[in-house]
Design a protein around this ligand. Structure first.
Ligand code: UD1
Length: 419
């Protein structure tokens, strides 16, 4: 297992290029199951989670060729025959549950182990199952497995009690070849949902309402292979933007969609960070004096929960009192204990964290407890005094492409070491 050693204090400069979004590419790879054809993902982020979902497809019978040099993934799903139950697959990665909708759509049945909780909360799947049932599938939960089967899925009007990202994606994939019309109301509006819909349409699906909370899917007989380039990672971009604030630096970030990062831009601007925004790049200037702010995580276009930990790192070194309220996941404050080891002054009160700004972080031995918490610790360490050792960085490798290399290009002192 690797760890990062970060020596804080360097000012960052130059430019950094953002990769494609993990949360866009995972459902897109799952969607390739829907056709018995070849698909190519261009500019695919070479992340641990991507390798895992590709392994899942291989176990099901797909041929997957990953060319890490050209960041291209070729997937031929003609060999998937629906016989492999996939029962143990979700154990490797929760996101693998996204193959469920595509598998029942193509083969009429699928059995998979129930995804467990994870560090940030219990993460139920009731809304996914509600959607499958509405489409006419019978769903059975038994001995830790969930099995769905249906002779013919039929389009239906489905209201999601909560705009769950994964449920919206899974139901969309289950319904693209269902008979008739499916309407998903109160659907999640995250940009990654729109990206999946665009990929499905490229495969021959008929999804409309992209970017709204009501998706309309007209079932088609079959889908065909497609080439696709997923959207940029708004969370990776946001993480680098926050790093500019923590290190009091000014640099350029290339590879953004200015629409998708609006909620992050709004809050950083409110704090006093200057952002010169173009359509696909920006210059971030965190050299000024910053003000404390309050933040509440919300479904898109609200402030993303995946930016909450990184934002807490920044607010920890801004003079005054800030309040961060987490409304999406019930246990997403694991990073607080670690930030406190670095000197942060944070008190948790239920779903809120009250942060009293300190002067600067001090180096310590800390542990990444999940993906975004890990990133939050790295950027905190960059602005800190002395050396910080961050363990369990496999969490970070799940979702950030060459994080330390990109930071080093900007001038950070960060090394990866084997433990
Ligand atoms: C996705 C993202 C994750 C992000 C999250 C919220 C991927 C691979 N992951 O996760 O990075 O943090 O969206 O933006 O895209 N819920 C239910 N019942 C369900 C499903 C969800 O109650 O059937 C609840 C969850 O417990 C959670 C909330 O809904 O409290 C949001 O979850 P959801 O939007 O489904 O997140 P994920 O798709 O798991």
């Amino acid at each position: 297992m690797d760890k990062f050693i970060v020596k804080g204090g360097n000012t960052l400069s130059g430019e950094v290029e953002i990769s494609a979004a993990k949360n866009a590419v995972l459902p897109i790879i799952a969607a390739t199951i829907l056709c018995a054809d070849k698909c190519t993902i261009i500019n695919c982020p070479m992340l641990l989670d991507v390798y895992v979902i590709c392994d899942v497809l291989k176990i099901l019978g797909a041929k997957v060729i990953i060319d890490a040099k050209s960041s291209t993934v070729n997937i031929d799903t003609s060999g998937i025959n629906g016989i492999e139950s996939g029962s143990n697959l979700v154990r490797k990665m929760r996101g693998s549950f996204l193959i469920m909708g595509a598998m029942i759509s193509r083969f009429g049945r699928f059995k998979i182990s129930l995804p467990g909780g994870c560090n940030i909360g219990t993460r139920p799947i009731d809304l996914h199952l509600k959607g499958f049932k509405s489409l006419g599938a019978s769903v059975k939960i038994d001995h830790g497995y969930v099995e769905a089967s249906s002779k013919k899925l039929r389009g239906e009007r489905i209201y999601l009690d909560y705009p769950s990202v994964g449920a919206t994606e899974n139901i969309m994939m289950a319904s693209v070849m269902a008979e008739g019309e499916t309407i998903i109301e109160n659907a999640a509006e995250e940009p990654e949902i729109g990206d999946l819909a665009k990929f499905l349409n490229k495969m021959g699906a008929k999804v409309s309402g992209i970017g709204t909370d009501t998706l309309k899917i007209i079932g088609v007989k079959e889908l065909h292979g497609a080439n696709y380039r997923p959207i940029y990672d708004r969370i990776e971009a946001g993480t680098f933007m926050i790093a500019a604030g923590i290190t009091k630096s000014k640099f350029k970030i290339r590879g953004i969609d200015n629409e998708h990062i609006k909620p992050i831009v709004a809050k950083l601007t409110e704090m006093g960070i200057k952002i010169d925004l173009d359509k696909s790049q920006l210059i971030i200037d965190g050299t000024g004096t910053l003000k404390p702010i309050d933040i509440k995580t919300m479904p898109y276009p609200g402030f993303p929960t995946d930016m909450q930990a990184q934002m807490m790192s920044l607010l920890s070194v801004v003079k005054g009192t800030s309040v961060v309220t987490e409304t999406i996941f019930e246990n997403r404050f694991m990073h607080v204990t670690e930030l406190k080891r670095m000197g942060a002054n944070i008190k948790i009160d239920g779903r809120s964290a009250v942060i009293e700004g300190i002067n600067r972080f001090t180096g310590a031995e800390v542990k990444a407890t999940d993906l975004r918490a890990g990133a939050a610790l790295v950027i905190a360490a960059l602005g800190g005094e002395g050396e910080t050792e961050i363990r369990d960085i496999y969490h970070i490798d799940r979702g950030y492409v060459e994080f330390e290399k990109k930071l080093r290009t900007l001038g950070a002192d960060i090394r990866r070491m084997e433990v």
